[in-house]
Ligand binder design. Structure first.
Ligand code: HXC
Ligand code: NAP
Length: 303
């Protein structure tokens, strides 16, 4: 009999766009860190759905190259503006340029981040602050600038924060990032409550492992990638596909999710629960071993 591979039976939804064509027509979306990795993947999908896109990060050359690629692939319009999200004046400049170019703004995706692995005791105070400044203060700066604008103009707004699963659980060896992302999670829930009546929704995505150059080179450098293969930690035994996070992000900033406010959606193939459940490691037990274990546990009944 021919053997079938379980992966052949997987739906292809991870590779395809989810929302209807033109779902974002007339909308303008800012993606911080939009020149690379997940920001680029999300931005590309927003463009395919008809959005105008603003991408921002520190490296203008990277942004411009990405903008050219995106426009060629999607036919959409991309504004690339250099900005260090740690600097509020630079954030305000992005907002102004976006308004000058597109007139209105519909959504902000706080995706820019900095991270590296290190035992905490080896970090300098400045190394710790650098990550807090990029991730937490950067997300605060962008949310504050956009929030002030939306409230002043009395227009609805939408903030989507890209955090991590360890924003909730914490994690060793990435402590500055865990602290900063935890702060962004608190901001997500706080602003959802405070700005909801202004029709500004605030939500977050907590991704598990999604291969990108930025994350992999900093978190799994050299031989670490083979030694600490993320997919082995995931019950689904694979890493995430970029389109999968792009679909979720598009849904959360679209009107289809209009009643979701203040939530964090985990997209990690079950990774964090695998680490949390006390007996989940028993997947290494073979059928033969289970036969023996069953005999032993059954015979222990009367003792
Ligand atoms: C210890 C380090 C360090 C390292 C830098 N520092 N790298 N300390 N280990 N690997 C220290 C420096 O010595 C300095 O402290 C301070 O940090 C600031 O360093 P700079 O290089 O001056 O900072 P800057 O140029 O602002 O660059 C920021 C950066 C860099 C975070 C250090 O890596 C960066 O630009 N990253 C952006 C992209 C990124 O990180 N992407 C990954 C996101 S992935 P002193 O005391 O010497 O002055 C992610 C995924 C999570 O978040 C989950 C994955 C599964
Ligand atoms: P990435 O490609 O390295 O993205 C990080 C982006 O942030 C870069 O484009 C970088 O551009 C920008 N950036 C860094 N510092 C900045 C600053 N001070 N001001 C403005 N922009 C800055 O990594 P990624 O994997 O796509 O990560 C995207 C997001 O997903 C991050 O929030 C990350 O924490 C989150 N995440 C990723 C994973 C994963 O497995 N990949 C898992 C969980 C969470 P410049 O260098 O040009 O500034």
């Amino acid at each position: 009999m021919q053997q079938t591979n379980i992966n052949d039976a997987l739906p292809d939804s991870g590779d395809n766009g989810m929302l209807r064509d033109n779902a974002f027509k007339g909308k303008t979306i800012i993606v911080t860190g939009g020149g690379t990795g997940l920001g680029k993947a999300m931005g590309t999908y927003f463009l395919k759905l008809g959005a105008n896109l603003v991408i921002t990060s520190r490296k203008l050359d990277v942004l411009q190259k990405t903008a050219t690629e995106m426009e060629a692939e999607t036919g959409g319009k991309v504004l690339a503006v250099a900005c260090d999200v740690r600097n509020y004046n630079e954030v305000e400049n992005v907002l102004q340029q976006a308004l000058d170019t597109f007139g209105t703004l519909h959504a902000l995706v706080n995706n820019a981040a900095g991270n590296f692995i290190s035992p905490t005791e080896r970090l300098s105070a400045n190394a710790f602050s650098t990550i807090i400044d990029i991730v937490l203060k950067g997300s605060v700066n962008c949310s504050l600038a956009l929030g002030k604008h939306w409230i002043k103009e009395k227009t609805p707004g939408n903030i989507l924060n890209i955090i991590t699963t360890y924003a909730s659980t914490g994690s060793g060896y990435v402590v500055p990032s865990a602290c900063a992302k935890g702060g962004v999670l608190a901001m997500t829930r706080s602003l959802a409550a405070e700005w909801g009546h202004h029709q500004i929704r605030t939500n977050a995505i907590a991704p598990g492992p999604f291969p990108t150059k930025g994350a992999w080179e900093r978190l799994l450098p050299g031989e670490m990638a083979a030694k600490f293969d993320f997919k082995n930690r995931v019950p689904l035994k694979r890493v995430g596909k970029h389109q999968e996070i792009a679909n979720l992000a598009a849904y959360l900033i679209s009107d289809y999710s209009g009643y979701i406010n203040g939530d964090v959606i985990t997209i990690d193939g079950g990774e964090w629960l695998q680490g949390a459940g006390q007996f989940n490691g028993l997947e290494i037990v073979t059928d033969e071993m289970w036969d023996g274990i069953e005999q032993m546990t059954r015979s222990a009944k009367g003792s």
